[in-house]
Ligand binder design. Structure first.
Ligand code: AMP
Length: 300
């Protein structure tokens, strides 16, 4: 089933303790789309400037991603994020954020996008997320992501959005910031109390925690020794998760749990190189192979 995603499309400059890359392809919606494209048809909503190479759009299209909702602003510059990882490769510092054309993006969804039954509101301003949600015709499942910038600067708009979505994925520091709860289990419950039916707290190399109506569980990260650049891990996680749910066409406790596992596996590939470089080398069978190994690890 079609899966709609709206969010940042970016150039990222990333410094890790051992290497760095300047202005590589990134953005929450890009990582998400690519990871989800292994499972289902993805429709991307985003904005770029004149500096955006057509070759990136071609590459996304070759992956089956519908880019008719990717708006190009003439004379504009693409969103640029600059970040630096600490030696533990888990924590990072944002050095610069240039929202550029993303800052005042007012999305207009192509007609063919509006009925998509699965919607992911990737990282972006809650006002933009709400505007996308309002243009859809009642999706079956709406999940959103957020981050510290929006929790601090657009708190009220974020609170309003939380009352209108089914699920929220966010990382541990963001969950603590949003709820002022240090304990993550308390934070998970507190986020659910703000609206979403389920919450996934991502903990980087420590995996993810799920909070639903009737259950809580943890999913460890897939152990890989080749951690080159964690950027996009969270978005790839969400892409694997939502992609699988859209493929399965139904959201039950069983499909959700398996979806989280696919998310973990998709993220484990992303961190193995900069940008989308590792994801671009794999196919569905590589995902399935790692998924089988992951299932084996969790059986006891
Ligand atoms: P992740 O590592 O999964 O949390 O996501 C990293 C991606 O988020 C990068 O590719 C950035 O371009 C993008 N990003 C960083 N800051 C923001 C922001 N304020 N709004 C939207 N996207 C962002």
């Amino acid at each position: 089933m079609p899966l709609l995603v709206a969010g940042s499309v970016a150039f990222d400059t990333v410094h890790t303790p051992v290497a760095w890359r300047e202005r590589v392809l990134g953005g929450a919606a890009v990582y998400f789309s690519y990871a989800a494209s292994f499972f289902t048809t993805v429709k991307l909503v985003g904005v770029v400037g004149e500096d955006w190479p057509d070759t990136y759009t071609d590459m996304l299209q070759r992956q089956g991603i519908d880019t008719s909702g990717l708006h190009v602003v003439e004379g504009g510059e693409t969103f640029h994020w600059k970040g630096k990882y600490l030696p533990n490769m888990n924590d990072r510092e944002t050095l610069e954020v240039h929202l550029n054309v993303f800052g005042d993006f007012q999305p207009r969804l192509p007609e063919a996008y509006r009925e998509a039954p699965f919607l992911f509101l990737a990282n972006g301003s809650p006002r933009l997320q709400s505007s996308v949600l309002e243009q859809t015709t009642g999706p079956k499942l709406v999940v959103a992501d957020t981050m510290d910038l929006w929790i601090r600067e657009e708190h009220d708009a974020l609170m309003a959005l939380l009352g209108r979505i089914d699920g929220l994925v966010l990382n541990d520091a963001e969950a603590r910031l949003l709820t002022e709860e240090e304990n993550l289990v308390k934070a998970g419950h507190a986020v659910r109390a703000l609206g979403p039916r389920f919450v996934v707290i991502k903990k980087g190399e420590h995996g993810a925690m799920f909070f639903g109506e009737d259950e809580i569980y943890v999913m460890p990260a897939y152990p890989t020794e080749r951690v080159v650049d964690p950027t996009g891990a969270g978005d790839s996680f969400a892409g694997g998760m939502m992609g699988y749910l859209a493929e399965q066409r139904e959201v039950t406790p069983v499909t959700l749990k398996r979806a989280l596992a696919y998310g973990v596996v998709a993220a484990s590939f992303t961190v193995e190189d900069f940008s989308l470089d590792r994801l671009r080398q794999i196919d569905r069978s590589a995902l399935e192979e790692r998924m089988a190994a992951y299932e084996q690890m969790l059986r006891f």
